[in-house]
Design a protein around this ligand. Structure first.
Ligand SMILES: Cc1cc2nc3c(=O)[nH]c(=O)nc-3n(C[C@H](O)[C@H](O)[C@H](O)COP(=O)(O)OP(=O)(O)OC[C@H]3O[C@@H](n4cnc5c(N)ncnc54)[C@H](O)[C@@H]3O)c2cc1C
Length: 391
């Protein structure tokens, strides 16, 4: 069993109503503007305001703190639908919700009351700041330190690759409160870190895809944070807290992969029915049918794996292996479907006037975030062996 924020139970018709509203918003507001935002690498402020109204910044925050309290299975479907058009948009609320999850799952009652209502409305937006220039997969190798001084901690160091780093104002920040501790994770702590004196956003990183939403460095120079912002109030729990949201995080990324895999399939099918060669639509050539058949199967398998992991999560059952499988499979499906769809588009797939080039640039990120797919397979194998030993 895992302990997670309480979620509300939706009837099928409430679920449909919510997902239909997301669909309408995607078609009316996102689809017509996505190319402009993506190509100009321009932050979509207008869409963010609409996302606030849709309640997306509080999607998985419990209702008692002002969120929608959605189960993972419904949340995943929202992420799938938006990602089938524009995956980057989901990063604006996905990593924000990982910050909220860390507070709701591990924070004190005072921390939850202080932060969750403002995170739920999107008044405060932020993300998760773990990665450093020399430490990504090996998180225990981070160097950032926090030294206690009276009622405050003084923090120095730098983070990199932080989503929402410039537009966000508050981050769950992983630091070393005891750099000498052995094992290393016992010296790690997680803080709620609002921007202020000594905490500035650094360079915006130029990326292949995942445009418009910024990923940046964060710089800490004698930044002082009140001791009451130490999540849970006890030092040494940070590694456990930072990785405690990984199951939901992986379901999240899996859902993004499903969205891209389905979006690429839709674009391919549309194009293949209109484009003619040798007197008939290319969809009637067997070589294209083989591709469409494989793509459709991959997208469906990815969807089912992701919904299965989400349902396991919602029941409160252990789902580390299921979430890992969903994340691994769906992200690879996103990558494969986007390149196959691009091939079906011929030269037009290589053109910036068509949408598939965006999905093709966005897909690889799903293989990196929330644990690379190399690590994912190792985690799955370890869980497999552990569970069979326990059975
Ligand atoms: C667009 C973008 C947004 C991001 N947003 C955030 C964010 O908001 N917050 C945040 O904290 N981080 C963020 N990240 C960072 C991301 O989480 C890391 O890039 C990721 O954890 C991998 O770390 P790394 O890049 O340091 O790779 P490394 O850890 O250096 O890995 C390099 C390669 O070695 C492999 N490898 C490493 N260790 C092992 C091992 N033991 N066995 C087998 N293979 C191994 C990896 O799979 C990979 O292929 C973001 C990254 C990107 C690209």
């Amino acid at each position: 069993m895992h302990s997670s924020p309480r979620h509300q139970t939706l009837t099928l018709s409430e679920e449909k109503q919510l997902l239909d509203a997301i669909d309408r918003w995607v078609v009316r507001e996102v689809r017509p503007q996505v190319k402009d935002f993506d190509h100009a690498d321009r932050y979509p402020h207008e869409l963010v305001e609409q996302m606030k109204e849709l309640g997306l910044f509080g999607a998985t925050i419990s209702q008692q703190y002002g969120g929608l309290g959605l189960p993972a299975s419904v949340y995943a479907q929202i992420v799938m639908r938006i990602s089938s058009e524009w995956m980057a948009l989901t990063g604006i609320f996905n990593s924000h919700l990982m910050l909220a999850l860390a507070i709701e799952k591990f924070g004190t009652e005072e921390q939850k009351n202080e932060w969750l209502p403002r995170l739920a409305t999107g008044e405060v937006r932020g993300g998760l700041a773990l990665t450093e220039p020399d430490a990504g997969t090996d998180l225990q190798g981070i160097r950032m330190t926090a030294r206690r001084e009276g009622d405050e901690y003084v923090i120095n160091g730098a983070k990199t690759w932080i989503t929402n780093g410039i537009e966000g104002s508050c981050f769950a920040l992983l630091v070393k409160t005891n750099p000498q501790a052995e094992p290393r994770h016992k010296g790690m702590s997680l803080f709620i870190a609002p921007k202020g004196n000594g905490f500035t956003a650094g360079r915006k990183l130029e990326k292949l895809g995942y445009k418009a939403i910024e990923t940046s460095e964060l710089v800490f120079d004698n930044y002082r944070v009140p001791a009451k912002n130490l999540i849970g109030g006890v030092e040494g729990q940070g590694f456990y807290q930072a990785t405690g949201g990984l199951e939901l995080g992986r379901i999240n990324v899996a859902a993004r992969g499903v969205g891209i895999a389905e979006g690429a399939l839709r674009l391919a099918a549309d194009y293949a029915s209109g484009r003619k060669t040798f007197g008939k639509p290319i969809a009637e050539h067997q070589a294209i049918q083989l591709k469409l058949g494989e793509m459709a199967t991959r997208a469906r398998a990815a969807r089912l794996l992701t919904l299965d992991a989400a349902a396991t999560f919602d029941r409160g059952d252990r789902c580390d292996m299921e979430a890992g499988m969903a994340k691994y499979f769906s992200s690879e499906a996103a990558l494969e479907n986007s390149i196959e769809s691009m091939r079906i588009h011929g030269a037009y797939g290589y053109s910036k006037e068509y949408d598939i080039e965006r999905l093709y640039r966005d897909a690889p990120l799903t293989c990196i975030g929330e644990g690379t797919n190399e690590m994912q397979r190792i985690i799955i194998a370890k869980q497999l062996m552990k569970r069979s030993a326990e059975a």
